[in-house]
Structure formats: structure tokens, C-alpha cells
Design a protein around this ligand. Structure first.
Ligand SMILES: CC(C)(COP(=O)(O)OP(=O)(O)OC[C@H]1O[C@@H](n2cnc3c(N)ncnc32)[C@H](O)[C@@H]1OP(=O)(O)O)[C@@H](O)C(=O)NCCC(=O)NCCS
Length: 257
């Protein structure tokens, strides 16, 4: 039998997880907790993980991985039983989320679909990200390696982040780079990540400018030839004789040789 203390703690955790969905998912506003409990895959994955993690910590063999695998096949969310997850965690939509073995997630963190908290290779030991409290990670973002995402930061959808993220920052892009730190744009010589030099685009621009000039020259030459040819034809016709080609095909080769 479960003691009163443990059941109370589990009930509080479940309530907080459901509340996280209600407050952070606009689609869950006004939805009853029981519906969220029944129909939100992010909540299912989290509850399954809480059970798997408790069994994993109690060193129960096999069962934690089985629970994790079953939860994954139902929700599309893969959380290693060893991953540490704080309270008020919410995964919106869910499908495609991967949370690795040594990942650590603080309180009130939000993840959207397709987020990976993964390792970078075959290294062992701590190899997955640590995500501090109140972090939001946008859909499809890949956070790789034993990096730390500071308290209150946001990671833009589609970012690839392989370096630590300072607290209260917004990081976007690939490679992920801060576009806001403490609400302000970062300054300094390395701060403009948007306008990096692009030698291939520069070369293409030069080539297309040259092609435009060549096309203009060739059009002017063609117009000149046409009007000369037309003038010659009119003269011959006026004299009642058939028109001859303006540029005879005989004569010295203009290309030399
Ligand atoms: C990053 C995010 C959280 C916004 O954070 P924010 O701190 O409010 O940042 P801002 O909106 O002020 O944007 C800051 C800059 O980053 C850019 N930016 C924002 N999100 C971006 C993204 N995902 N990729 C690239 N650039 C992005 C903005 O254009 C802006 O550029 P600027 O400095 O040239 O003006 C938000 O854009 C985002 O990606 N949220 C995830 C939402 C999501 O995954 N939804 C899925 C629902 S199913």
C-alpha cells in the first residue's frame, strides 16, 4: 500500500502537471482537468515518465524502459527513464520530442513538438542539456551536448543550439545565437549574426550583373544589324533587283587563324 504522504505527493504533482497544460496551452483554456488528463499526449508522456523514473531510481529492472517504450509508441514522445524533470513541465502537442538520459529539466519548462535534448556523439557521462526553470523551447529546436540553458530563456523554433545559453535570453537560428539578452539586443562586433558575409551569393550577384551587360550589348548589336539589313533590302527592291545578304559568307575569317 502507498503511504498517505506518497499518494498526496503524487496527487500534487499530477495537479501541477495538468495545471501547466491548462495555463500554457491556449487550446486548453476552459477545458476540464479530467479531459486534459485523458486527451493531452504531453501529459500522458510526463505521467508515464514520472512512474518510469521512480522505478528507475528504485533500481527496478526492465519495467522503466518498458513504460518509456509504451509511452513513446502512444504519444510519440521519448523520455529516457533516467532523465530528471522538475514540476510544472509541459510538452505541447508532443510528437517527435526526444529527451536523453542525462538531460535535466527544471521547474515550469515548456517544450513544443519536435524538440530534441540530445547528445552530440558517442560520449558517455553527462552528455545531454540542462534546462533551468521557466525556459521555453520552440518546435523543432535541437539542443545538443551537455550545455546549460539559463533560467527564463527562450529558444526559437527550428534553432540548433550547441553552446550555453545565458539566463533571460532569446536564442534563434542555426547555429543558435542570442538575439536578446535581458530584453536587449546584444551589441559588439560579433553581434550581427543576420548579416554574415556570403561569398557565394556575392559571386552570383557579380555574374548576373555581367550577364545583364552582355545581353544588353547583344540586343543592341542585333538591332543594328536588323536595321542595316532592312535598309539594304529596301534599296535593292527599289532598283527591282533581289536583295543580297549584307554579311557575305565568303571572305577572310573574322576570327583570324
Ligand atoms: C523565439 C520566440 C520564443 C520569441 O521570443 P522573443 O524573445 O519574444 O523574441 P522576439 O519575438 O522579440 O524576436 C527576436 C528576434 O528573433 C527573431 N526570431 C524569433 N523567432 C525566431 C525563430 N524561430 N527563428 C529565427 N528568428 C526568430 C525575430 O524575428 C526577432 O528578430 P529581430 O531582432 O531582427 O527583430 C518565438 O519566436 C518562437 O520561436 N517561439 C516558439 C513557438 C513555437 O514553437 N510554436 C509552435 C506551436 S505548435
Amino acid at each position: 500500500m502507498l503511504g498517505h504522504g506518497l499518494t498526496g505527493r503524487i496527487a500534487t504533482e499530477i495537479r501541477r502537471d495538468v495545471d501547466a497544460a491548462r495555463t500554457r496551452d491556449p487550446a486548453a483554456r476552459g477545458v476540464r482537468p479530467i479531459e486534459i488528463l485523458a486527451a493531452w499526449p504531453g501529459v500522458h508522456a510526463l505521467l508515464a515518465h514520472r512512474l518510469a523514473h521512480a522505478l528507475y531510481q528504485a533500481k527496478v529492472p526492465f519495467l522503466p524502459r518498458l513504460i518509456s517504450a509504451v509511452a513513446r509508441s502512444i504519444t510519440g514522445i521519448e523520455i529516457h527513464p533516467a532523465a530528471r524533470i522538475g514540476q510544472g513541465f509541459f510538452i505541447d502537442h508532443g510528437m517527435g520530442v526526444v529527451i536523453g538520459e542525462t538531460a535535466e529539466i527544471g521547474n515550469d519548462v515548456t517544450l513544443y513538438q519536435g524538440v530534441t535534448l540530445g547528445g552530440t556523439g558517442f560520449a558517455t557521462g553527462k552528455r545531454h542539456p540542462t534546462v533551468e526553470d521557466y525556459v521555453t523551447i520552440g518546435s523543432g529546436a535541437k539542443l545538443l551536448g551537455p550545455i546549460t540553458v539559463g533560467h527564463g530563456s527562450k529558444i526559437g523554433a527550428g534553432s540548433v543550439v550547441i553552446h550555453d545559453v545565458p539566463p533571460n535570453s532569446t536564442v534563434v537560428g542555426n547555429p543558435g545565437h542570442p538575439v536578446r539578452v535581458e530584453g536587449r539586443r546584444p551589441e559588439g562586433p560579433d553581434a550581427d549574426w543576420v548579416h554574415l558575409p556570403d561569398p557565394i551569393a556575392d559571386a552570383i550577384k557579380v555574374l548576373s550583373a555581367r550577364i545583364a551587360i552582355l545581353e544588353q550589348v547583344s540586343a543592341t548589336t542585333r538591332d543594328g544589324n536588323d536595321s542595316r539589313r532592312q535598309g539594304a533590302t529596301e534599296n535593292e527592291s527599289a532598283r527591282g533587283q533581289p536583295a543580297k545578304a549584307v554579311n557575305p559568307s565568303v571572305g577572310p575569317n573574322p576570327a583570324g587563324g
